[in-house]
Design a protein. Sequence first.
Lengths: 314, 255
Amino acid sequence: MKASTLSKAVTAVMLVGLVLLPLYSSLAGNVFILTLFTRIVILALAAASLNLIMGFGGMMSFGHAAYLGIGGYAVGMLAQEGIGSGWIQFPVALAASAIYALVIGSLSLRTRGVYFIMITLAFAQMAYYVASGLARYGGDDGLTVYKRSDFSGLINLGNRTQFYYLCLACLFGVMLLIWRIVNSRFGLVVQGLRSNEQRMQAIGFPAKRYQLVCFVISGMMCGLAGALLANNTDFISPAVMYWTRSGDLMVMVILGGMGTLFGPVMGAVVFLLLEEFLSQITEYWALIMGPLLLLIVLFGRGGIMGMLGRASRG
Amino acid sequence: MAEPLLRVEKLVRRFGGIVATDNVSLDVASGELHAIIGPNGAGKTTLISQLTGHLEPHSGSVSLAGRDITYLPAYRRCALGLARSFQITSLLLDFTAADNVALAAQAHAGTSFRFFANARKERSLRDAAHAALDRVGLLHRADVLVSRLSHGERRQIELAVALASKPKLLLLDEPMAGLGVTESQGMVKLLQELRKEVSIVLVEHDMPAVFALADRISVLVYGRVIASGDPDAIRANEDVKRAYLGDQHVVTHHG
């Protein structure tokens, strides 16, 4: 699908806006907006990773928030044990996510459709309860991260602006990676499997291996988001793995446009801004948010990206 | 006699009490176009599915160029040189015609665990795709999404996809299904060209096409091969006449 001019323009504005945001924040003296957007960028990264398997790979994972928790707990638990170096914490977060994805993927990819959704959900809930049972690491109450990951003076995660740009660089890096993957040999096979698995088998592709590798890549990307998230909130608790958080990530992807490169980022921005501002207006913000999302999903086929595409075609 | 390209021996497949493939044996020599015909419900599709690896037989064996492939999964058979087309068109609808064919070429050209280089810019894959599309006369539609192509064009793409894997043996499951008269004639002409390059097993209902194309014909009735021979022998065979003209009325206007 070719991106329309309008969606290109809106994407460009959004990206430039994200880059310039700290400037605005310091000029306007608005610290809050920088904190808010750090969170948005991190969750956009998570949504983009989910989009890789869901939008491009056709694998409807309903347990993606598990990786946020795994990445986050890798940082939190290591910090608790006195290992504060980001050079250790982040690779451990990625490795743990990869191992989890490998195990969960090789089990759940035996199933298809609704069963796949349910089994990924079930595993994520298991991860949630395991984390709740970690008495040493706060159990239900979660774990405070007293010191942010230390990158030996290269970058200071305690500095809001530096941390924001680290998150943004991670997001852009992952987007670049996804873009390359999607157009590569591997990416075409994965998308072909989404489109018609029987045909792909018949021309000589063993489906499961490609899907599993894609599942692991996506999991690692989301694990990175988790490690950043724990640094952002200085706190990690089982709540980040709860199934509603997985649902939020799915909504961001669908809202922005499944299977488009920048759709999930846009979905995350719109979703989290809506959530933020509606919750300032009323305590019952979910009552407005829910129907609004329903309308967009029901009538805006292809999410925001799809609507922009139709609008520019007239 | 040289080793046949495809050898099917005593293949049996049951569905509950029904024996859908009943001790089927047949050989396809290299360079041959071997047609399999039979009335509806004769077990043609069941047989084809066992040849392609979509269904496992209960007993018997299938071998390709001397190698036992009875229980190999579909993708491994493809790697050994067995390509197929589907009776009901099965393509990647949201991909272009060229992408569909290029993927088939890609499956046979090195690893697909390459994550960075743009696959659509790989000269060799694109060239292979264009050559196969040209072969079936659809080069001018290369960059059109398959979902926008007509039924007839999709049947041709099916063939191009099968060709792109450079198969030793082509299994064509009713390539004329749903085609109009002119389109069918085009397809027959195309198959007449292709048979010079590749061995073909053709399952088809279109009798004039089968008799025009086949070197040998095997007739399947109730899961059994009741006759096997060249077109003239089949035309003269009493059992075949009975099967087609008798209590089971089906296609009768061949000859």
